[in-house]
Design a protein around this ligand. Structure first.
Ligand SMILES: [Zn+2]
Ligand SMILES: [Zn+2]
Length: 189
C-alpha cells in the first residue's frame, strides 16, 4: 500500500500528535530535552539543536497534523496537507544517512525542525490522500482516549491506539468483567 519510508513518516506523525495532551494523556514535549529525545528516537538527521527549544513552532505543526485524523473527508485533508507542504521549499532527494537504507527526504537543506516535520509528514500524508486511503487516519475508538492512529493493516481492522495500549486495556477490562459475571471462557481469547 504505502512505501516503507512513507509508513515510517506516518508513524512519526502519529507519535508526534500523541505527545500532546489533546490525545488524552499529559503533554510530553515541554522542554528542549524532550524534543531532542523525540528526534533521536525517530532518527531525524540534519536538525539544528537550537530548534529543539522552539516549542511554539513544533506545537503549530503538531496541531495541523492532528487536524487530518478522524476527518475522513479527502477535500478537507487535502487542504491541510497542501498547507503543510507549503511552509517551506520541498526538495526531494535520496539519502542513506547513518547506515539507514536509501529513502527519500523532502525537506530542503537548512530547513528548521518545524519545516522538516511539516514537509516530510505532509508528503507522507499526501500519499494517503492520493491513494484514497484517508479513512486509515483515525482517532482511537476507546471511550476515554483521543490519541490518533494510522491503520496500516491489510484488512482495515485497527481501531485502538498504541500510544495508550487501548486495545489491550479494553481487552483486559472485558476479560475481567466476564470473569466477575462468571461467564469467563476457559481460555482467554
Ligand atoms: Zn532520513
Ligand atoms: Zn487509545
Amino acid at each position: 500500500m504505502f512505501s516503507h519510508d512513507t509508513e515510517l513518516s506516518l508513524l512519526t506523525v502519529v507519535d508526534l500528535v500523541n505527545t500532546a495532551a489533546d490525545s488524552g494523556g499529559i503533554e510530553q514535549l515541554t522542554t528542549a530535552r524532550h524534543v531532542e529525545q523525540f528526534i533521536t528516537d525517530h532518527h531525524f538527521s540534519g536538525i539544528d539543536p537550537r530548534d529543539y527549544g522552539d516549542l511554539p513552532a513544533l506545537y503549530a505543526v503538531r496541531d495541523r497534523f492532528r487536524s487530518v485524523f478522524g476527518l475522513g473527508e479527502a477535500a478537507k485533508i487535502a487542504a491541510q496537507v497542501n498547507a503543510m507542504v507549503a511552509v517551506a521549499p520541498v526538495s526531494p532527494r535520496l539519502t542513506n544517512h547513518e547506515g539507514y537504507p536509501w529513502h527519500m527526504h523532502y525537506f530542503a537543506p537548512g530547513a528548521s525542525l518545524a519545516e522538516h516535520l511539516s514537509v516530510d509528514g505532509g508528503m507522507a500524508l499526501a500519499q494517503v490522500v492520493s491513494l484514497g486511503e484517508t479513512d486509515r487516519l483515525q482517532i482511537c475508538a476507546a471511550p476515554d482516549c483521543r490519541a490518533v492512529l494510522i491503520d496500516l493493516s491489510r484488512n482495515r481492522s485497527k481501531r485502538y491506539c498504541d500510544a495508550r495500549a487501548c486495545g489491550n486495556r479494553l481487552h483486559v477490562a472485558a476479560y475481567r468483567k466476564r470473569q466477575r459475571s462468571g461467564s469467563a471462557p476457559l481460555q482467554p481469547s
